[in-house]
Design a protein around this ligand. Structure first.
Ligand SMILES: Cc1cc2nc3c(=O)[nH]c(=O)nc-3n(C[C@H](O)[C@H](O)[C@H](O)COP(=O)(O)OP(=O)(O)OC[C@H]3O[C@@H](n4cnc5c(N)ncnc54)[C@H](O)[C@@H]3O)c2cc1C
Length: 505
């Protein structure tokens, strides 16, 4: 069942899924208010969502044009809808001012509170922190109520599954509930009541699924994600305070954003396309000149935004692993194209030097181990080879020899990329490279073998599986099957690192 859910979810970009989820929540809230189940004004809810969307959209257009940055409408409307779900809709003079100030501050924060052009705070969160400093108005987080809770929860689970942040969200929820329990015991309040209140009538679930997971303002590596969850979870209960400074969801989130910024400062690049290179029958490398120096580790990925006309349901952003090595001046991504490609891929094929592109959200733990003596086995399926090009090129440029076996699965010899890098590694470092072809009628030479990367191949090619660290990269189905085969061979979970490229059905 999970497979079919994942297949549907992976067809939508995470921003589109979030956008549809938030629109769904607004529609449900309007509907339930119209029939009297939710005691709010349906007209006010709809009016505030529309008003905030228009104000945010106009301001975003203004900032982006003035600063000559690509316009990202999905995330602007997402910010507006989040604000509409946490600020009680109210069209009195003060309410109107509050909505306008929140929208203005949220959009301004994206462009002005930045480091290397990258926003530091969740826009909706910091807007509420800042508005509370002014005319003493604050968000009610009205979405956190027992009537809407099932809708928040179902959509939230789908979203968290889509963006694979389950561990992070669960750690946050567990810490927040533990902190609530401890505080209830200390304050001599009924624990069950405190927990019930927190789960059913607070901002907890909406915050955890929607705002807390925002990739640009949360850490990008597993270790820091867990600490981020613990820090924010501890700060979640509203009774936590420092003097008269009480914890609120937006303050807690902004403190978490600051932590994320300190441990994983992010950059936003505006790279220029230098050239494209055909690397296999259906894949191409895009080589960019970055507009600023930045540090990354071989094997990490970035999120590319490519605004274009007639955007389909998959949106205008994609993650791509950096196939280049940090030792190279240019940024290189290897991209696979399909017959009925997305509007994004079509726009990629039409790119030239003047096309505005944003690369941001650098992240990933699929990187070389610090212990250089570890035996490594790299296993790639198709375009999943990109992180291994980055790592092997890096080791070559640093003249750092490591014990590596590369098993690279593809359909035919024409689907093999980056042989220049792998041949050099074989020549200089004795790297063992095996190409496993599933559809080749004839195998060109002894570097090739037929079939798929299954147990027999792993047993034949890897002499010492229990003392090796395995890296698997490729489409989800391939990663899962190789991981399964390795586990059956007795390889422990800690010795398997995976990186799967979602989005290929
Ligand atoms: C961490 C990470 C790293 C990644 N690194 C890379 C990388 O280095 N190289 C790389 O190529 N990819 C990489 N990806 C995957 C990449 O982000 C895209 O998801 C993938 O390229 C698919 O792109 P696409 O959605 O434009 O679809 P396409 O590539 O255009 O098509 C893929 C499939 O989706 C179908 N499809 C296309 N458009 C639609 C639509 N509108 N609705 C429904 N189905 C449609 C196509 O028919 C095809 O079957 C990575 C993903 C992640 C998460």
């Amino acid at each position: 069942m999970f497979k079919s859910v994942d297949a549907v979810l992976d067809r939508l970009s995470m921003y589109r899924l979030l956008l549809y989820y938030l629109i769904g929540l607004v529609v449900v809230a309007v509907g339930l208010s119209a029939v009297g189940v939710l005691h709010m004004s349906a007209v006010d809810i709809a009016g505030s969502a529309i008003y905030l969307s228009v104000v945010c959209w106009v301001l975003n257009q203004g900032f982006a044009r003035f600063l000559k940055l690509p316009i990202n409408s999905d995330s602007t409307i997402i910010t507006a809808l989040i604000l509409s779900l946490i600020i009680t809709p109210n069209f009195s003079k003060d309410g109107f001012l509050f909505l306008s100030a929140a929208a203005g501050l949220a959009i301004a924060s994206k462009y002005l509170i930045t480091y290397k052009k990258q926003q530091i705070f969740n826009p909706a969160g910091i807007a509420i922190v800042l508005t509370a400093l002014g005319p003493q108005q604050s968000a009610s987080w009205w979405i956190g109520n027992s009537t809407l809770m099932p809708f928040v929860l179902i959509g939230g689970i789908l979203l968290v599954r889509r963006i694979r942040r389950g561990v992070m969200v669960t750690s946050f929820l567990a810490t927040a509930l533990l902190a609530t329990t401890v505080l209830a015991l200390v304050r001599n309040v009924a624990v069950v009541t405190a927990l019930h209140e927190t789960i059913f009538s607070s901002s907890l679930l909406f915050l955890a699924c929607v705002m807390f997971t925002e990739p640009l303002t949360s850490p990008s590596t597993r270790k820091h994600q867990i600490w981020y969850s613990i820090l924010t979870g501890v700060l979640f209960p509203p009774q936590i305070h420092l003097g008269g400074f009480y914890s609120t969801p937006e303050r807690m989130l902004s403190i978490g954003n600051l932590y994320a910024f300190m441990v994983n400062p992010k950059v936003k690049l505006l790279p220029t396309l230098m050239r494209t290179e055909k690397i296999t029958q259906d894949s191409m490398d895009f080589v960019f000149a970055p507009d600023q120096k930045f540090a990354y580790e071989p094997g990490q990925y970035m999120e590319f935004t490519l605004p274009h006309e007639n955007i389909d349901s998959r949106g205008q952003r994609r993650f791509f692993t950096l196939a280049s090595s940090p030792t190279e001046d240019n940024l290189r991504i290897g991209v696979k194209f399909s017959e009925n490609g997305s509007s994004f891929k079509k726009a990629m094929l039409a790119m030239d030097k003047s096309t505005p592109v944003v690369a941001a959200n650098l992240g990933g733990d699929f990187t070389l181990p610090h212990d250089a003596s570890r035996k490594l086995v790299f296993i790639a399926g198709g375009i999943g080879i990109t992180p291994f090009r980055s790592m092997i090129k890096y080791l070559l440029d640093k003249n750092e020899q490591r014990d590596i076996i590369l098993l690279y699965g593809a359909a035919t010899a024409k689907d093999i990329a980056y042989t220049d890098v792998f041949n050099e590694a074989k020549k200089r470092f004795g790297t063992r490279v095996r190409y496993i072809l599933s559809k080749a009628e004839k195998l060109p030479d002894e570097r090739f073998r037929g079939g798929y990367i299954i147990s027999e191949v792993l047993q034949a090619e890897v002499a010492d599986p229990s003392n090796s660290l395995f890296y698997i990269s490729g489409p989800h189905i391939m990663v899962v099957s190789v991981e399964h085969a390795l586990r059956k061979l007795g390889v422990s979970r800690e010795n398997i690192k995976t990186d799967f490229f979602s989005g290929y059905a």
